[in-house]
Design a protein around this ligand. Structure first.
Ligand code: DCT
Ligand code: MG
Length: 322
């Protein structure tokens, strides 16, 4: 249903379903009835009724009425780098299948890579494989600099058994100037290419900030599938705030930033700042940067108890405090 509404451009309804999907995914227990469903925040009467119908009949009749072309749309949006807008454009140009697209000039370089690994990218990664891929990168990094630090983030750090991609955060203590860690990072990526671990590169950027982000495709030495890998390199002083950001969930991160705002602070993937002045949405004084060597120190400065990564899936830190 979410894909259907995305296809028709009904952003509002798509968001309602997206939110519900997130809540259902994060729900620890199997949902066995409409009554159980409706107790979950973010699940309203309508979606609870859909859940009941699926539980009782194994199907959702409303989906049958949804345009068949939605199938094409969702196939296209499952191509890495292809969002709803591109999917609609491709559809309007007459493409209907992945086969059609493979002969087309209408995809950009990244989308062609997305298409090439379509099956693999749409297959989730068992936790053990993420561990092994992380260890491989760590070994290569430590060969370049034995004090290199690496942490697997995202859904992996939140303890999921299956992950959508591999998210790695890296820093080398004492490498604070951008030249130092950029040189290290470039060497590392070349090494990963030379060893045959990295198969394709989607992008490498610094987004004009202190952090470098590599997006690519890798395959472990003893593994069958090609996997999406993101590696982010940060100056050591930004480690803790970057760790909170890349661990997610996106929802949790957003709630932490809004908590900081209430405390007249500013939390980003770079740092935590205090005594921040705002005029409506505009920051008029960016205050003073706090020294936050660890994740714990960030929670402490915000005045909230530390939250284990495994509890950050669907947690709104503001609501948890009340
Ligand atoms: N993130 C965020 N806001 C975004 C995208 C990402 O805060 N718009 C952060 C939180 C999670 C982390 O980056 C990694 O992102 P993903 O890999 O997209 O999410 P994930 O939680 O690791 O889930 P998946 O298993 O699907 O990769
Ligand atoms: Mg991830």
């Amino acid at each position: 249903m979410m894909k259907a509404y995305e296809a028709t451009g009904d952003v509002w309804k798509a968001t309602v379903y997206k939110k519900a999907i997130g809540r259902i995914k994060a729900h620890e227990e199997p949902i066995k009835s409409k009554e159980e469903a409706i107790k979950i925040p973010g699940i309203g009467k309508n979606i609870a009724a859909h859940i009941e119908e699926i539980l009782e009949t194994g199907e959702l009749e409303k989906l049958d009425h949804v345009d068949k072309d939605v199938g094409v749309f969702s196939t296209f949006t499952n191509i890495w780098g292809c969002g709803p807008k591109t999917a609609r454009q491709l559809y309007n140009k007459g493409y209907r299948t992945l086969g059609d697209l493979s002969k087309s000039d209408d995809l950009n370089r990244q989308q062609r890579i997305g298409l090439k690994y379509y099956e693999d990218f749409n297959t989730s990664i068992p936790r053990e494989e993420v561990t092994a891929l992380g260890e491989f990168v760590e070994k290569q990094a430590k060969e370049l600099n034995s004090s290199a630090k690496l942490e697997l983030c995202g859904s992996y750090r939140r303890g999921k058994k299956y992950c959508g991609d591999v998210d790695i955060l890296m820093a080398v203590p004492h490498y604070e100037t951008k030249e130092e860690y950029t040189a290290f990072f470039k060497k590392l990526i070349s090494k990963l290419e030379d060893t045959g671990f990295v198969k394709d590169t989607l992008s490498m950027s610094d987004r004009g900030t202190t952090q470098l982000m590599y997006l690519g495709v890798c395959r472990g030495p003893n593994y069958k599938h090609h996997r999406r890998i993101d590696i982010v390199m940060v100056p050591a002083s930004e480690w803790a705030c970057a760790l909170i950001y890349f661990t997610g969930s996106e929802f949790f991160g957003r709630s932490m930033r809004s908590l900081a705002k209430k405390e007249r602070m500013l939390l980003s993937q770079h740092s935590l700042r205090k005594d921040v002045q705002r005029y409506y949405k505009k920051i008029t004084n960016s205050g003073k940067r706090l020294d936050t060597p660890t994740e714990e120190s960030v929670f402490e400065a915000l005045g909230v108890p530390f939250v284990e990564p495994s509890k950050r899936d669907d947690l709104d830190i503001n609501a948890a405090l009340q």
